[in-house]
Write a protein that binds this ligand. Sequence first.
Ligand SMILES: [Zn+2]
Length: 300
Amino acid sequence: MEQIDNKTIEGLLLNEENIGILESIIIKDKERLEGLDNHNKKELDLGGIVRAKDFENEFKTAKEAALDYLDINVNEDPKIGNTNEKPGFYAFNLLRYIFYPGMALGCLNALQTLPNVLEAAGVTAVSALSMLVMEIGWIFFKSQACYYQKEKKMFIAEVERFNVLGSMMHEYGHFLFHIKDISKTPKNYLEHRTFEEGFCDSLKYSAGERLAEKEDNPDSLIHNLRRRIGNLQSVYKNMCRRKGIEIKKEITERANRIPFVIQVNSMSTYGYGHAFCRILEEKHGKEIYKKILEKDFSFL
Ligand SMILES: [Zn+2]
């Protein structure tokens, strides 16, 4: 599978012609977003929180949207679990509860034994910072959806409906790579991670866009476009920097109310992979996704 390994894909993406295509994609997406009513809206309604007991039901919608976009039929389904069943979940949680009293005792001890107020304050500040880092790690871990090849199982967080559907479509992409023998093992996955994550994210955004339209759900459509544009803008800036090309302001200025946080993943394999798949889609049509699953990479 050398055609799609990480290095090869990065090399193909960083071709000057592709920067021009990416610019036109971003402009098109921004025009589409700005053409929608309420595209400036601050609070978007993405549906209520979906509980794990309803995952199976929502998965039917996510699967149908994904397969409809890919134009294929698949009978086998992955198993679905809540992120709090993820391997390591309970161990990580337990670690937090052991860690915090230990930290607190350490701070008390420092305050009593260290004669210098500054030293004691330093120990306390470092402890507080460690707890903060641990807590951020924990929030990330428990909210992060993922796919486990061993059990053919996706783990999904209980969040707003449209985000649940988006995660399901993304993880379903991993399931398809797995059952179609493109990712036979976790090692295979790591070798072509950029391409696979790109496929999964493109599926999430492209199938998600259609689904939001089909369900007449304008807030979800706005949310989907904002995230997609933000991701592509980050990659664009990064590509320009690496190629020594001037960054065009009209491409990178934020489309209305794109949350700042999503602009930070400029170096991520997800961003690169997503931009790459979107460029391929623009050049060769959405049939590429079907070809990818048939292991036909002749369009690369
Ligand atoms: Zn993924």
